[in-house]
Structure formats: C-alpha cells, structure tokens
Design a protein around this ligand. Structure first.
Ligand code: SAH
Ligand code: F3S
Length: 482
C-alpha cells in the first residue's frame, strides 16, 4: 500500500480472463501506466476475443504479446524498453510469437521500434484498436503493421470490454478520451489526442451490465472528467453554431454522475481525475445529493506556487485552489482529497517549493502521487523551458513533499480511529489471508478479520488502529445500504 504515497507507474501486470473454448490462439497482454491503459487493454482483449484469441499469463506459450505502454515520465518508457528486450529473448525460443506495442509510446517511437531497432512487429496507437484485425493480417503476411492515427471521435462506446483479472467487485468505465488542457509538462495531449466524451447511454448501459454481473463499484475514468460534455446525441461538428449547440440538451459531468448514481443506487460511484480549473460546484452538490457517490476527489494541483502553475499552463492560482478546497469542505465535510505533485519544474525557486509545502499544509491531503519533473520531448516545457533544476535539488524537494504527505496521511487515517466506517470488501488482504481488504468512501484502505463476510459485501467496520496508509478494525455488521 506504500505505492499510494510514493506513486510509481503501475508496473506491468499481465491479466487474464476466462476465454472461449473455440479460441485457439493465445494473447499475452501487459499494461503499464495509468488506469486508462488498463481499461484500454480490456477493450483490446475484447476485440481480439472475436479474432480467436484467449488471454494467457504464460509469456512462453503466447502467439501474440501486446504491451500497453506509458510515456508520462522517462522512467516509464525505460521500463517498457526492458520488457521489449525480454520479449525478444523469448521470441528466439518461440519464433512464431508476434510482438506489438500499444498505447502512448506508439506514436513517438513507432519508427524506432519498427525500422531502426526491429524489436516489434506491430505498433498501434490508443485510437486505432478497432483496426487490430487488419493489422494482425498484415503481421501474419509477414509485414510490419502500424496505425497510430489519433481520432477526434473514437470513444470505443460500442465495445463491451472484457474485465481482465479484476476482483469482480470494482471496475473502471471510461467516459472521456484524450485531453485538451495542454499542461506544458504533459505528453498526454500528444499521445492520446483531443478530448472527446463518450455518449451517456453507452456509459449507463455499461454500468448496468456491470451491476448485473455482480460488480459493486464503478470508477468513471477520464484525464479530466469535469470537462465531460455530450451534446444531445451529436458531436460538436454536427451543430450549425454555438447557439444551436446550447439549445440541444447537453449532459455535463454532474448530470452524468446523477444519471449513473440513479441508474444503480446500490452501487458505489467514483470518478477520476478532476482538474481544479474545470471542477464545478454542481459536481459537489451531485455528490452530496447521492449517498452512493463516494466522497472522494482526486484533485491534482502539481504545485502550490501561482507562478509555477502559470508556467505549467494550469488555469488557476494558488488562491483559487484554496477557494475550491474550502467549497469542497463546506459542501462535503467528510470528503477525502488526494493530489498529484511535481517537484522541480523548470524555474521552480526555493520559495515556489515552500509554497507547495504550505499549500499541502493547508489541504492536508489524505494521500498523493508525487513525482520529480521529467522532461518529455515535444511538450511546450521541453521546447520553451530549460530543465534547469539539478537532480539533487529535485530529489530533495520531492523527499520533503513526500515526508509532508506522510505526516498528513497519518493525520487523516488517525481521524478514523474510533469511528465506524462503511467498507466495500474487495479482496483478501495482501498481508494476511485471515483478513479482508476494502476501502471506505474516502478511498482509504481498511483491513479487518474475515468472519462471515465475502468480497462484494458492504460492511460497517469499527476502526481500532491505523498506519499512515491503512485502517485496521473489526466488522460490526452489514451496512444498511446493502
Ligand atoms: N489528468 C491526468 C493526468 C495524467 S498524468 C490524470 O488523469 O491523472 C498523471 C500525473 O503525472 C500528473 O498529474 C502529473 O502530476 C504527473 N506528470 C505528468 N507529466 C509529468 C512530467 N513530465 N514529469 C513529472 N510528472 C508528470
Ligand atoms: Fe496532462 Fe494536464 Fe491533461 S496533466 S492529461 S494535459 S489535464
């Protein structure tokens, strides 16, 4: 659970699902990076299921190896490179095996992978997964296959993802793709393209389907969920002008949240990620109106200095962020809040760094994901700003930020001791097979002795003790909601 405090990109996890018996070919699919990548891999597995592929966890027996890649920081790319070397070693034993790169590294490194280094057979960008059947034919015919075209429309709304290796209790449902925010440090707008929203009907249908299959919690996913906007069944380009568009019934994020919350009142609803500049009060009110929308907001700020925020092209000041935090606390007094923070952005002074620490002191986040600035090729920061903070200083600042977070996490978990909180049981505790593990609405992990309960149960747990990341308690009965 430490990874919550010092976030690493999720390390490669190869996930499997029960396949179809007629399917004879084997797919090994591994995902790195953000939740969206894991979610996309489920779409890919669904498309390939119809092409005769079942998933396997055994790399050696795979006919096709796909790695869903992350470009967010240099380290993430290095990890994937090492994996590609490993696949190629296996390929020497199993020459029939084909290797493909999916996701964010596809666009940037396609020619390097295919032509210069010849370490992969196929490169597929995040918007081209429906082209996989054609690309696989190319590969079978002995040609390299590549499609990294980014789309303004693709949302995969019509594809029912197969759920890979989940716990059967919690699932992710993507609601937007891409990002238009252009934060100067961030590669996502380049690797994942323009922002587009998926139609609400298909989102609700997917949530209903998950409920039918016994899932108890969904997280609505997007780079920036608050800018979700669907215009009465059409796309922006389908309207003559802005007024026509306004007249059509638009579904914004708070309306979508209500739709989903009402469709499945017995299910927990979460969402991620919120951008401070786009988060509106009506989202907070929707959360307070519906008990099943969890009181937890992942609200990355990146820096506590207005000057750095400006250089990052974040559209708010330190003071505006405080106002938003005050609003959250006013409307949702028991809301969990987490952060993303970057240490050592170009030009960051010691004073800016102190501003970050004092902002953290003000908010006292429940937990956070903290990173050293990593220059990404092609971003505005890489083109216009010198990566001028020495690594030693970046490291020291990051350590101070992490230490501060550790203190606040311990403070937050301690607040729950003595309380009885609602926990959705997800799985067995990693550390003890005699304990269940789940999360409270604020997204803090709790563990407690198993007794008669099972994964998927919503139980009330009396918290007796805690660490800085985990609540420790005992179940006192089912939640009344259950
Ligand atoms: N809105 C997105 C952000 C994606 S990137 C979301 O859904 O979370 C996740 C986090 O990685 C960012 O919030 C930022 O803190 C960090 N990050 C992005 N680019 C980075 C870079 N170049 N160097 C260091 N950290 C970065
Ligand atoms: Fe990246 Fe900023 Fe969008 S961090 S994903 S450009 S909100």
């Amino acid at each position: 659970m430490e990874e919550k405090i010092i976030n690493e990109e999720r390390q490669g996890e190869s996930l499997v699902v029960a396949g179809i018996s007629e399917n004879k070919r084997k797919l090994f699919i591994e995902s790195y990076g953000c939740q969206m990548n894991f979610s996309d891999s489920e779409i890919v597995a669904s498309i390939l299921k119809d092409q005769g592929y079942n998933t396997t966890q055994n790399l050696e027996e795979a006919d096709l190896v796909l790695v869903n890649t992350c470009s967010i920081r240099d380290k993430a790319e290095q990890t994937v490179r090492k994996r590609l070397e490993h696949y190629n070693a296996v390929k020497r034993i199993n020459p029939g095996m084909k290797v493909g790169v999916l996701g964010c590294m596809a666009e940037r490194l396609k020619s390097k992978f295919l032509e210069e280094e010849k370490i992969v057979d196929m490169v597929v960008g995040p918007d081209a997964y429906k082209d996989l059947p054609n690309l696989l034919k190319e590969v079978e015919d002995g040609r390299d296959a590549v499609n990294v075209i980014l789309s303004k429309e693709e949302t995969y709304g019509d594809i029912a993802p197969v759920r890979l290796g989940g716990n059967g209790v919690t699932a992710f449902v993507s609601i937007t793709r891409g990002c238009d925010n252009m934060c100067t440090f961030c590669v996502v707008p380049f690797t994942r393209g323009r922002e587009r929203s998926r139609d609400p009907q298909s989102i609700v249908a997917e949530v209903n389907d998950l409920a039918e299959k016994g899932y108890k919690e969904v997280t609505l996913l997007g780079q920036n969920v608050d800018s979700y906007l669907w215009y009465g069944g059409g796309l922006k380009k389908d309207f003559k002008n802005a007024t026509e568009m306004q007249k059509a019934t638009a579904t914004n994020f708070s309306a979508l949240l209500e739709l989903v919350a009402q469709a499945q009142p017995g299910m927990r609803i979460r969402f991620s990620t919120s951008n401070p500049q786009d988060m509106t009060e009506d989202v907070l009110h929707a959360m307070s109106r519906h008990k099943n929308i969890c009181n937890y907001i992942h609200l990355p700020v990146q820096s506590g200095s207005t000057q750095v925020l400006k250089a990052m092209n974040r559209q708010h000041t330190r003071e505006e962020y405080f106002e938003l935090i005050d609003k959250v606390r006013e409307i949702l007094p028991d809301c969990g809040i987490s952060q993303d923070m970057i240490a050592g952005f170009p030009g960051e002074t010691e004073e800016d760094h102190q501003d970050t620490l004092s902002l953290m002191e003000y908010v006292k986040y429940d937990f956070g994901f903290m990173f050293m600035y990593s220059e990404r090729p092609g971003t505005m920061a890489a083109r216009k700003l010198e990566d001028d903070i020495p690594t030693e200083i970046k490291k020291r600042r990051l350590t101070e930020i992490i230490n501060m977070q550790q203190k606040h996490s311990a403070y937050r978990t301690a607040q729950f001791v003595g309380q009885t909180v609602e926990i959705l049981i997800e799985k067995e505790s990693k550390k003890s097979d005699a304990h269940w593990s789940g999360r409270n609405p604020q997204n803090t992990v709790a563990v407690f002795p198993k007794e008669n309960y099972k994964p998927g149960d919503l139980v009330m747990v009396k918290i007796n003790d805690c660490t800085s990341t985990t609540l420790i308690g005992e179940a006192v009965g089912y939640s009344k909601q259950d």
